[in-house]
Design a protein around this ligand. Structure first.
Ligand code: AMP
Ligand code: MG
Length: 501
C-alpha cells in the first residue's frame, strides 16, 4: 500500500484547514487500529456539501480543490487527522458477532463545529482495515450516492442523521456481482459510537472499559446525566429516549431502515448506515425492501420492537455500572426497558397528532390514528400523499385525498370522525393547513427517483438527476410547480434494495 501524501504540497491559499481534536484516539488506545486509506488512482469529486462544510467551520472553496479531492479520496491526510478504524461488535439479524469494526471506513478525527458540537469525520469505502475480514474495504458509487441522498433528505425532514460531506469516485472498479465504479463517502456524525461499540468493550475490556466508554459517551452526548443520582441508569434512559424519538420520527415519514443491527444503532440518537433502506409508498405495515431480510425482522411495523430489543442488548452491557448488586441493577434496567414502548408510543402519537393537524390531546386520538392506518392499508393508499393531502381537505378540497384510496367509503367514514375532532379544537382552517404542510412532506426520496439518479450516475456518469433530486429533497415541505414527478409514487411490489457496500 502506498503511503498517502500529506496536503503540504497544496498552496496555502487552498490548503483545507480542519480544526481536529481527536478525543477518541486519545482515550481508547487498543480499541481501534491506526490505518491509512488505500490510494485512489484517478479520483474525482462528484459532490461537496457546502452548507455542511460551513457548519463544520471549513472553507468550502478550499475543499472544492485538488487538495480537497486528495483528502476525500483518501490520497492525503489533512493536518491533525489521525486515521483509525474503530472496533465494535454487534447483533446482526439477531446473531452475535463479537468482532465487526470499521471494515471499510476510517475515522479521520473530530472537529468542533461552529455551534461548538464535536463531530466525527469519517471516510467510508477507503480500503481494507484489520476489521475487513473477507471484504475489500471498498464502496461502490451507487450505495455512496444513496447514503448521500437519503441522509440529506432525512436531515431536511428534521430527523437526526449522520450526513454526507463529500462523495468522490476513485477511478477504480470494485467487484460485487459485476464491476462497479468505486467511491468514497465522507461522513459526518455526532459520533460513531454504537450499541455494538458497548458490546465490543464489554466483551474485550470488561467493566472498566465499559465505564470509560460510558463516561466518554455521556460527556459527549448527554452531559446532564453525569450529575444524576444514578448516572449510568440516567445515561441508559437518555439513549433510550433519543432512540425512541428517532424511530418514532422514522415511522411518521414511512422510513424503513432495513438493517437495524445493534452495530447500526447509535448512542447519539442519529440515524446511521443507509444500506438497504427505503421509504414506503403504499401503506403496508409488513413492508420490507432489503433483499437480505427474508424473515421481515426489520419490516416497517417491526422497527419499534427492534428498538427495544437493541436497547436491551445495550442495557446488558451496563449492568455492572448501574448497581454493585447485580439483581438490583437488572431490576432497575428492566424497569427502564419497560418504559421504552410507552415512550415510543408517546412520541409516535404526538407526531401523528401533528400530521393530522391536531394541537391538543384527546383520549380517543390513538384510535383515530390507528383507524386511519387500517383504512390506508385496506385502501392501498400512498402513505406520504395521504397525510400531505389531508391539508387540502382542511382547506375544503376533499377529492385529492379521497382518490388515493381504492374505495373511498371507509376513508369518508374516518374523515367524518376526524373533522369532528378538528371542530372540537377549532381555530382557523388555513392556519391548521399550513401547520400540517410543515410536518407532512410532499417530497420524500421516492424509490423510482432514487434509482433513476443512481443509475444515471453509475451507468452514464451523469450527475444531473442526482443534483436535481438532492435539491428537491432539501426542501421537502415546499411544493414547487414542475416537480410533480418527485411527489408521485411508482409502487413496485418487487422493489428490493441491497446492502450498501
Ligand atoms: P453494515 O451491514 O454495512 O452495517 O456492515 C457490517 C459490517 O461489515 C461492518 O463491520 C462493516 O465494516 C463490514 N463491511 C461491510 N462491507 C464491507 C466491505 N466491502 N469490506 C470490508 N468490510 C465490510
Ligand atoms: Mg454498519
Amino acid at each position: 500500500m502506498n503511503k498517502p501524501t500529506d496536503t503540504k504540497d497544496a498552496p496555502d491559499s487552498v490548503r483545507p484547514h480542519f480544526n481536529f481534536d481527536n478525543s477518541y484516539a486519545r482515550t481508547f488506545e487498543g480499541f481501534f487500529a491506526r490505518e491509512q486509506a488505500a490510494p485512489a488512482s484517478a479520483p474525482k469529486l462528484l459532490q461537496l456539501n457546502h452548507a455542511l462544510a460551513e457548519e463544520l467551520g471549513l472553507d468550502p472553496s478550499a475543499l472544492d480543490s485538488e487538495a480537497g479531492l486528495a483528502i476525500f479520496s483518501g490520497n492525503a491526510i489533512p493536518d491533525g487527522a489521525e486515521p483509525l478504524a474503530q472496533a465494535y461488535a454487534g447483533h446482526q439479524f439477531g446473531g452475535f458477532a463479537s468482532q465487526l469494526g470499521d471494515g471499510r471506513a476510517l475515522l479521520l478525527g473530530e472537529v468542533i463545529d461552529t455551534q461548538q458540537r464535536r463531530r466525527d469525520i469519517q471516510l467510508k469505502g477507503s480500503g481494507r482495515t484489520p476489521f475487513s475480514r473477507g471484504g475489500d474495504g471498498k464502496a461502490a458509487l451507487g450505495p455512496v450516492l444513496r447514503e448521500y441522498l437519503i441522509g440529506e433528505g432525512m436531515h431536511a425532514l428534521g430527523i437526526p442523521t449522520t450526513r454526507a460531506l463529500a462523495a468522490v469516485t476513485t477511478g477504480e472498479d470494485v467487484y460485487r456481482e459485476i464491476a462497479l465504479p468505486g467511491a468514497v463517502l465522507t461522513r459526518v456524525a455526532a459520533s460513531h459510537i454504537r450499541v455494538g461499540t458497548f458490546q465490543f468493550f464489554a466483551g474485550h475490556g470488561g467493566v472498566d472499559k465499559v465505564r470509560a466508554l460510558a463516561d466518554y459517551a455521556m460527556a459527549r452526548h448527554y452531559p446532564d446525566t453525569a450529575s444524576a443520582d444514578n448516572p449510568y441508569l440516567a445515561f441508559f434512559t437518555a439513549v433510550a429516549d433519543a432512540q425512541a424519538s428517532l424511530v418514532a420520527r422514522w415511522m411518521t415519514v414511512g422510513f424503513i431502515h432495513g438493517v437495524m443491527n445493534t452495530d447500526n444503532m447509535t448512542i447519539s440518537g442519529e440515524t446511521i448506515d443507509y444500506g438497504p433502506c427505503a421509504f414506503m409508498d403504499t401503506y403496508a405495515p409488513d413492508t420490507v425492501f432489503s433483499s437480505i431480510d427474508r424473515q421481515g425482522r426489520y419490516a416497517y411495523a417491526n422497527q419499534s420492537v427492534i428498538l427495544s430489543w437493541n436497547l436491551t442488548r445495550f442495557a446488558e452491557t451496563l449492568v455492572p455500572l448501574v448497581d454493585p448488586d447485580q439483581d438490583r441493577a437488572i431490576e432497575l434496567l428492566t424497569d427502564a426497558i419497560h418504559k421504552i414502548q410507552p415512550l415510543y408510543e408517546n412520541y409516535w402519537l404526538a407526531g401523528m397528532r401533528s400530521k393530522l393537524g391536531l394541537t391538543t390531546e384527546d383520549p380517543n386520538d390513538l384510535d383515530l390514528v390507528n383507524d386511519l392506518h387500517w383504512v390506508m392499508k385496506d385502501g392501498h393508499a400512498d402513505f406520504t400523499l395521504v397525510f400531505r393531502r389531508l391539508s387540502q381537505a382542511v382547506r375544503g378540497e376533499n377529492d385529492a385525498v379521497q382518490q388515493l384510496f381504492d374505495q373511498s367509503g371507509a376513508f369518508d367514514v374516518w374523515a367524518r370522525r376526524w373533522r369532528k375532532r378538528l371542530e372540537q379544537e377549532g381555530g382557523p382552517a388555513e392556519t391548521r393547513a399550513q401547520a400540517m404542510d410543515r410536518v407532512n412532506p410532499i417530497y420524500i426520496p421516492r424509490n423510482h427517483k432514487v434509482e433513476e439518479a443512481l443509475s444515471a450516475a453509475v451507468d452514464h456518469a451523469d450527475m444531473k438527476p442526482f443534483s436535481k433530486l438532492l435539491k428537491v429533497l432539501s426542501h421537502p415541505f415546499d411544493e414547487v410547480a414542475g416537480n410533480e414527478a418527485y411527489a408521485e409514487p411508482k409502487p413496485d411490489p418487487s422493489y428490493k434494495t441491497f446492502c450498501g457496500t
